[in-house]
Design a binder for this molecule. Structure first.
Ligand code: SF4
Length: 366
């Protein structure tokens, strides 16, 4: 039983035979992609407050030290990103700031908001005004929280990380795999194109990886909303001195992800954290969001590669490199039901941009 599954009403009927098959997958069982994609984004670290304390994470700050970006700073960051040709405003968070973060809650109240989600809505509006498509990662969300911001996001995401109960999530404020699955399921119910993924090397075993991928697949089969699955190795940093996965483990995990997921779901590895050249034959087809203007605030020790480096990766693989939007094309120009996926607000921005012959449509290459 997945920890937290009962509490959050997660009713997955995981197929044992599928999990067993995944456990036997090797890189030789999958094919390389025939193209690689990436998205140009700007990182907007809305707040570093987080109610959890994952032991591998350098993103969160404790109460009294956590930051909250002001509206003017959000606008300035988005403007710089748009000027640099980005299409995505990537809003990063911890998870809901709890009662300990009274300074954050006081600041939100001063700005007229009673929750971080209410403020996120304003932040997404700013990004849209500046010509960027929001993609928010606010951690676990209730249905009500997600509905508060769904129509101002082109897509959203949360890392499942693992279905296992691992010590890296432990302590008095550990996050729950059941709650993460609940968040992914809620996105499906609300028709939100969604990004999720697994974090490799935080104490899970091979079966946990297979179960995690099978769980994502099952939720995607129900709702069709998962656009990409990230396979991310845990990275050494000032808080994580544990092991990091070796290349063989990473290759096998990426191949397992490719085999677990239907073709329409991309498998992504972040090029600043993983040796992507050595993973191409294991089935990755996306290099994720890459920012020409901001750091990776989640992994500040690991710089983004430049565009020319991504081009070199694609060239080495002998495949084209294609820029994409933060919402995958099939949700935008899908067969007849794209209204299910894009809110009128986001659709309006895309259409206005298209009419002007501007950036979003240029990314599609039409
Ligand atoms: S990984 Fe996410 S949930 Fe865990 S401490 Fe960091 S910001 Fe919070």
């Amino acid at each position: 039983m997945i920890p937290g599954a009962e509490e959050y009403g997660i009713d997955l009927a995981l197929d044992d035979a599928r999990v067993e098959r995944l456990l036997s997958v090797t890189p030789a069982d999958v094919s390389a992609a025939d193209e690689l994609s990436f998205c140009r984004n700007v990182f907007v670290p809305l707040t570093t407050a987080c109610r959890y304390t994952c032991t591998y994470c350098t993103y969160y700050d404790p109460p009294g030290e956590a930051s909250l970006m002001a509206p003017e700073a959000i606008r300035e960051t988005c403007r710089i990103g748009a000027d640099a040709g980005c299409t995505e405003a990537l809003f990063t968070f911890g998870d809901d700031p709890d009662d300990r973060y009274d300074a954050i809650h006081g600041q939100l109240a001063e700005w007229g908001h009673d929750s971080i989600h209410a403020y996120l809505r304003e932040a997404c509006e700013i990004a849209l005004e500046e010509g960027l498509l929001p993609h928010s990662n606010p951690g676990d969300q209730t249905r009500e929280q997600m509905a508060t911001v769904a129509d101002v996001n082109a897509s959203m995401g949360v890392m499942l990380e693992t279905t296992a109960d691992v010590r890296a999530h432990g302590g008095p404020r550990g996050k729950s795999p059941g709650q993460r699955l609940h968040t992914i399921r809620t996105a499906g119910e609300l028709g939100i194109p969604f990004t999720t993924g697994i974090l490799v090397g935080i104490g899970e075993d091979w079966r946990d990886r297979a179960v995690s991928l099978a769980a994502i697949r099952e939720l995607h089969e129900r709702y069709g909303h998962v656009q990409e699955v990230i396979v991310q190795p845990v990275a050494e940093n000032e808080r994580w001195k544990g092991e990091t996965p070796d290349l063989a483990a990473l290759r096998r995990t990426v191949a397992m992800a490719r085999a677990a997921l239907p073709d329409e779901v991309s498998v992504q590895s972040p090029p600043n954290l993983a040796p992507v050249r050595d993973l191409l034959d294991c089935g990755i087809d996306d290099l994720g969001g890459v920012s020409p203007v901001t750091d990776d605030y989640i992994n500040p020790d690991y710089a983004w590669p430049g565009l020319h480096e991504l081009e070199a990766v694609a060239e080495a693989a002998g495949v084209p490199l294609r820029e994409r939007l933060p919402v995958y094309e099939r949700f935008v120009d899908g067969p007849g039901d794209d209204e299910r996926w894009l809110s009128p607000r986001v659709r309006r921005e895309l259409d206005a941009d298209t009419a002007a012959g501007e950036r979003y449509r240029a990314v599609f290459g039409d």
